[in-house]
Design a protein around this ligand. Structure first.
Ligand code: ATP
Ligand code: MG
Length: 414
């Protein structure tokens, strides 16, 4: 084959030139052969980790030894990292941890990789090694385990989830029956995986261009209910609808579509970051605001004042999420709602609307003679309510007069 372009990138080229017999492995080789953008380049070399580090350092490369105990070092050149791993062979695996031994046998290293399309290796000269038929599988859109699927899943249950990640990205046509049967049988073991790893895999899967087919297969095999519970029944239907309406390929928006309710709780259970959980909570709130105004959206509304009120209470991004989701769910189940053009117009207006910011702060109230404390909080909140009702159009001056008026009212009554 013609040597793929990534072999000429300075960092991989320097690493391959420094380590005799080293080859690029894994995702970079697979993606280059599939004519897809290559993300990071992994290299494997027939030396023990210490020797790899020593040779790279001697050649003047910056080396991080963070993964040295697992046989991996990271070489960095011009800011581009390359992970370099010793060839290895699995001795014992218990589904969560593996005991490995260094080897110089490329076939053994390929045999411990998960799928045939991930077991390819490529020399600096562009020679390809394909011990398990990965190239043909890549061309046919087949995701196949290296070796016996059931055995490979017992060694590492995470591979059941990785299967769907690669199926989503590379799978075409009928999925490999042996893989599907083995994954189905492994469902009972998924609860033993750490939730952090499950969350990472779900997000990677949902980053694929169109993951609805793989998610349908996850439902059909029982994998999705096993990790997300019974509310995931509409997941694939929802994702397909999101794809049809042209929603962004955003893993978090898609995750939100996997469950009919309780996505924030599910994300929290999977130890998603606070930021991610908060995003789902805010989307849920925005969804509540959008649900009742669908007739207005269908008619080209709501008017600017009402739209500003919505935007004053929550980030525009969450309203957009909620609009995509509502449009997608309506479509998935054939529910009445605004047509696609009306949703499009609604989102365009949200995106174009400057975010209204309440113009007063505590110091404005103090300048008007209000004492800091609960009364100040109440006066500001009351003024903000008035500002919202007026469509967020009152400026600082008008808000100050309103606050002064409210003050006079209170003190007049006393
Ligand atoms: P991506 O583009 O999604 O990063 P990748 O192929 O680089 O895809 P990684 O998870 O980064 O995937 O793993 C790199 C390589 O390491 C894989 O291609 C595969 O050969 C091997 N590998 C990773 N995880 C496993 C696993 N759990 N079991 C067997 N081999 C694995
Ligand atoms: Mg990778």
């Amino acid at each position: 084959i013609a040597p793929p372009a990534f072999l000429a990138d300075p960092a991989p080229a320097a690493v391959l030139a420094t380590l005799p017999g080293a080859r690029a492995v894994g995702g970079a080789v697979r993606d280059a052969l599939a004519c897809r953008p290559v993300a990071d380049v992994d290299v494997a070399a027939p030396f023990p980790p210490g020797e790899i580090a020593a040779r790279l350092t001697a050649a003047g490369l910056r080396v991080h030894e963070t993964g040295l105990s697992h046989g991996t070092v990271t070489a960095v050149l011009h800011g581009q990292p390359v992970e370099v791993t010793s060839l290895r062979r699995d001795l014992v695996t218990d589904g969560r941890h593996a005991l490995v031994e260094w080897t110089t046998d490329w076939r053994e290293d390929a045999a411990r990789r998960d799928f045939t399309i991930n077991a390819l290796s490529l020399s600096a000269e562009g020679d390809l090694w394909d011990y398990f038929g990965g190239l043909a599988d890549l061309e046919a859109g087949r995701v196949r385990f290296v070796g016996d699927p059931a055995t490979r899943l017992v060694e590492d249950h995470l591979r059941a989830l990785r299967y769907f990640r690669f199926q989503a990205r590379y799978g075409r046509g009928e999925p490999d029956p042996a893989a599907v049967a083995a994954v189905r049988d492994a469902v009972g073991h998924l609860s033993r995986l750490s939730v952090e790893r499950v969350w990472m895999e779900i997000k990677r899967l949902l980053a694929a261009p169109e993951p609805s087919g793989a998610v349908a297969l996850m439902q059909e095999t029982g994998v999705l209910p096993a990790i997300l519970g019974p509310d995931s029944l509409g997941a694939a239907k929802h994702l397909r609808a999101l794809a049809e309406i042209g929603a962004p390929a955003d893993p978090m928006l898609r995750f939100d579509a996997l469950l009919t309710h309780g996505t924030a709780e599910a994300a929290r259970r999977l130890k998603a970051s606070n930021e991610e959980v908060q995003r789902l909570v805010a989307r849920y709130r925005a969804g509540h605001d959008i649900l009742p105004i669908q007739p207005e959206i269908a008619a080209g509304g709501p008017d600017d004042d009402a739209l500003r009120r919505l935007l004053a209470d929550q980030p525009a991004e969450r309203l957009l999420d909620a609009a995509w989701l509502r449009q997608g769910v309506n479509r998935a189940w054939g529910w009445q709602g605004p047509d696609d053009a009306a949703w499009e117009r609604f989102r365009a207006r949200i995106a174009a609307m400057p975010v209204p910011v309440f113009p007063l702060q505590g110091r404005d109230a103090i300048a008007l003679g209000v004492k800091p404390g609960p009364e100040m909080g109440r006066l500001l909140a009351e003024t903000r309510r008035w500002w919202l009702e007026g469509g967020c159009t009152a400026d600082a001056e008008a808000c100050r007069s309103r606050l002064a008026e409210l003050m006079r009212d209170i003190h007049g009554k006393m």
